[in-house]
Design a protein around this ligand. Structure first.
Ligand SMILES: Nc1ncnc2c1ncn2[C@@H]1O[C@H](COP(=O)(O)OP(=O)(O)O)[C@@H](O)[C@H]1O
Ligand SMILES: [Mg+2]
Length: 261
């Protein structure tokens, strides 16, 4: 089979008006893995995901996702990629049932509005099972906890059976127990062959599960295995301030001046 890395950025620059949001970013994620992009607010994390989806155009460089040039063929990429955007963009008063939200993931991949088939329903139910919430098929979405809502939104993306899943801050506004459920769910997905790229400003919940970590602050600070990157100097460079790393046995914990690192 033709060799196709999951995601490749080569010398990518993105500018909004004159301000650069990404500067000379290059990396390559070879195979389906659980990759976590970490950086402070304004580091360009959301911009990086949007660039990978062709929603933002690089002013320099090349972006290839699943072997496809995103600038030339954004729709070919978007058909293969699931996207879970940052949550403030979702209306929490949405009067929908969980199943409607998940089925939307099937409807969105159609070029024209058509009737949903049994196959669509089965795929949606499978996706909800995958996030461990099939019991909530008929529940009102607005009644769910923040963590459950986030899992339903992940199921919505999975319902389209993507080869790559991009998630923007899926752990923010989610309690610690749900964070753990979400992180291990994403690690399982990656093991089953779906590429997962997740953005977070908080490294701690993902340290044990991530296959790769990419440290970003407009520039790429480092890309590698989490154990190699949990170094005070690299993390301080990423966050632009002092970061301390505490180790307890195999556990390790990152603390910065504020509660966000
Ligand atoms: N649509 C936009 N227009 C102008 N500037 C933007 C836009 N989106 C993001 N930016 C700026 O680009 C920088 C990176 O933003 P973003 O990618 O959202 O970072 P992060 O997700 O890491 O917080 C920030 O300085 C932000 O203000
Ligand atoms: Mg962001």
């Amino acid at each position: 089979m033709e060799y196709r890395p999951l995601m490749e950025f080569r010398g990518v620059e993105v500018r909004y008006q004159a301000e650069p949001a990404l500067i000379d970013v290059s990396f390559r994620i070879e195979e389906p893995a659980f990759t976590v992009i970490v950086g402070p607010n304004g580091a360009g994390k959301t911009t990086l995901l949007k660039t990978a989806l062709g929603l933002v155009k690089p002013t320099r460089g090349r972006v290839v996702v699943l072997g496809v040039d995103v600038v030339r063929h954004p729709w070919r990429v978007r058909r293969m990629v699931g996207y879970v955007p940052q949550r403030e963009r979702i209306d929490q008063t949405m009067p929908a049932l969980v199943r409607d939200v998940v089925l939307m993931g099937r409807a969105l991949r159609r070029p024209l509005i058509g009737r949903l088939s049994d196959e669509d329903r089965e795929a949606a139910l499978r996706a909800l099972e995958r996030v461990g919430l099939s019991d909530l098929w008929d529940a009102p979405f607005a009644h769910l906890s923040g963590g459950q809502q986030q899992r339903v939104l992940i199921a919505r993306a999975l319902a389209a059976e993507p080869r790559l899943l991009l998630l923007d801050e899926p752990l923010s506004g989610v309690d610690a127990a749900s964070q753990e459920v979400i992180v291990s769910l994403l690690a399982d997905l990656a093991r089953s062959g779906v590429g997962v790229v997740m953005v977070t400003h908080d490294l701690n919940p993902v340290l044990d599960c991530a296959d790769y970590v990419l440290l970003l602050n407009k520039r790429l600070i480092a890309f590698g295995r989490p154990a190699e990157l949990v170094e005070p100097d690299l993390l301080s460079k990423t966050y632009g301030k002092d970061v301390k790393v505490f180790r307890m046995g195999t556990q390790c914990f990152v603390i910065s001046g504020d509660a966000h690192a």
